[in-house]
Ligand binder design. Structure first.
Ligand SMILES: [Mn+2]
Length: 351
């Protein structure tokens, strides 16, 4: 038996709204989903699990028609779907009256149901969201029913407002596999008894690292899984260290090279750190043009000539402040000194 476990596809999401790559990313989320289905068409699996948030928001009928059309192209795969907190089955939800293809099993209730597969000895358990939040620990004390075959649970959540989960309990609850959804970062528990596949494509700037899906198969009595990286691009953080010799052109060049090295297609958050001299003038727009940069954070501190400042500001608060830190100081104290100076000097200048 082989299966694929997906979650948090978030079809319809528009990542980094307002940026140059935003609409392309919207398409890529759909394309990656289509690529996964195409992969199943070429190399069929018995089961496909979609553990919630297939859609970023309430799906329209036409969205359901499109995924259903894709599901029809893999008739040998039974597809089990639960709705998550983003695509919950709210009042008037298109999910309610939709007629799925024969190979699709949609859990339409906010209570745990269990369904025996019609082809292979597998029982699938699951529940959907009918509300945006479920604060109740719906999974506490859950265990599989008696019966042969594999018992697989689909569940969406794991935080305070979305079905709090005691992961240790759930892992040892007796299911052969627990297919989770909701957390966008992939995570495999224990020896693979339970996993979050994460979002197949990262949805926002916090979804750093690899993204893809989980592939599973049976070996005798046990289920084995592996994470399959599949995303078109990733979010990454670049830290640029600045020192007193840094120049604007040098920093831009360094950033351009680093982006080329890590992947031009990826989307970056850039953090500037270190000490910069007073004559370094950075142009944020120029730095942002070095690649797909969603955020530029300047945490660098101005380098001060303490001796001359001390003389210049003798007898004032600034002078006293520098004197307070004189002698040997720790890294933290040095930070405090420079941050404090930056604040004091900028306010004294404003006056
Ligand atoms: Mn979710």
């Amino acid at each position: 038996m082989r299966f694929i476990h997906l979650a948090d596809v978030h079809l319809g999401a528009v990542p980094d709204r307002g940026s140059a790559w935003s609409s392309r990313r919207e398409e890529e989320i759909w394309e990656t989903f289509r690529r996964i289905i195409a992969g199943i068409r070429e190399n069929p699996v018995d089961l496909l699990f979609i553990a919630g948030d297939l859609f970023h928001r309430q799906p329209l009928i036409r969205d359901l028609k499109e995924v259903n059309r894709l599901f029809k192209t893999i008739p040998d795969t039974n597809i089990y779907i639960i709705a998550g907190n983003h695509d919950y089955i709210g009042r008037g939800s298109a999910y309610k009256k939709f007629r799925w293809a024969e190979n699709v099993i949609f859990f339409d209730r906010e209570e745990i149901m269990c369904i025996d597969d019609d082809k292979i000895p597998v029982t699938v358990y699951g529940f959907s969201y009918c509300h945006q939040e479920i604060c109740e620990s719906l999974l506490d004390g859950i265990c599989p029913e008696d019966g042969d075959g594999y018992h697989i649970l689909l569940a969406h959540g794991g935080d305070e407002k979305h079905v709090p989960i005691d992961f240790r309990d759930l892992m040892s609850s007796g299911f052969d596999y627990v297919a989770l959804g909701h957390i966008h970062k992939p995570h495999i528990f224990g020896n693979g008894e339970m996993a979050y596949p994460g979002a197949p494509e990262p949805i926002d700037r916090n979804d750093t690292g690899e993204h893809g899906y989980i592939e599973g198969w049976t070996e005798g009595d046990t289920i084995r899984i592996r994470f399959v990286p599949f995303a078109t691009r990733c979010y990454d953080i670049i830290e640029l260290k600045i020192d007193e010799d840094s120049t604007r052109e040098g920093i831009e060049e360094e950033l351009t090279e680093e982006i080329a090295r890590r992947g031009q297609e990826n989307i970056y958050r850039v953090v500037l750190s270190g000490m910069r001299s007073a004559d370094l003038l950075l142009i944020p727009e120029k730095l942002k043009a070095c690649g797909n940069i969603v955020d530029l954070q300047d945490e660098s501190r101005l380098m001060y000539d303490l001796e001359s400042l001390k003389k210049q500001y003798a007898g004032t608060l600034v002078g006293d402040y520098i004197r307070f830190f004189s002698g040997k100081i720790s890294d933290t104290e040095e930070k405090a000194l420079f941050y404090g100076l930056q604040a004091l000097l900028s306010t004294s200048r404003e006056r």
